[in-house]
Design a protein. Structure first.
Length: 166
């Protein structure tokens, strides 16, 4: 597997990954997380993916030359998360193609984000996830070394913010 800088040409593949994630979640009764409408059909969800690509904040994991996952990595949190009192990198997108399930693509992308933080001399890496459902997403990030910090209400649900000291 290799991780490379993403660009505008990668947006369709990332949208396909997100659409696949929506289908997968909905098929398991977890549509409360991302809904049941494909991301590619909601302009407010497509635009931020394009912005990440255009702004140099998109990274693509490839497995055998095929896009297997995507990482959005920036210097500021998403608008609903209070800024940190110190420099940070913020994971604002993490998705893997369901065809590559079980290969720890997401974990490798998170390790890549840690490496980018170290390269920049930044000791704080943060991420957030949906705090509802069975808590599996929260456990996913805990299992990858992140510590839960604050829970924030967002549009009738909540997100859990995590941090990792790198």
């Amino acid at each position: 597997m290799r991780i490379r800088k993403g660009g505008a040409g990668d947006v369709p593949a990332v949208m396909a990954m997100l659409d696949g994630a929506v289908r997968w979640l909905a098929s398991r009764g977890r549509s409360d997380q991302w809904g049941s409408v494909p991301w590619s059909e909601i302009p407010e969800r497509v635009r931020p993916v394009r912005d990440r690509a255009d702004g140099g904040r998109l990274w693509i994991a490839e497995d055998g030359g095929a896009p297997a996952g995507a990482l959005g990595l920036g210097e500021a949190p998403l608008p609903y998360v209070p800024p940190a009192p110190e420099p940070e990198l913020y994971v604002d997108l993490l998705v893997t193609d369901r065809r590559f399930a079980g290969r720890d693509i997401g974990g490798r992308l998170l390790d890549f984000a840690r490496g980018r933080a170290r390269e920049r001399g930044v000791s704080l890496l943060r991420v957030d996830c949906w705090a509802g459902g069975d808590g599996a997403l929260i456990e996913y990030y805990r299992g990858r070394g992140f510590t839960p910090t604050e829970r924030i209400p967002v549009r009738g649900t909540a997100v859990q913010v995590f941090e990792d000291r790198v």
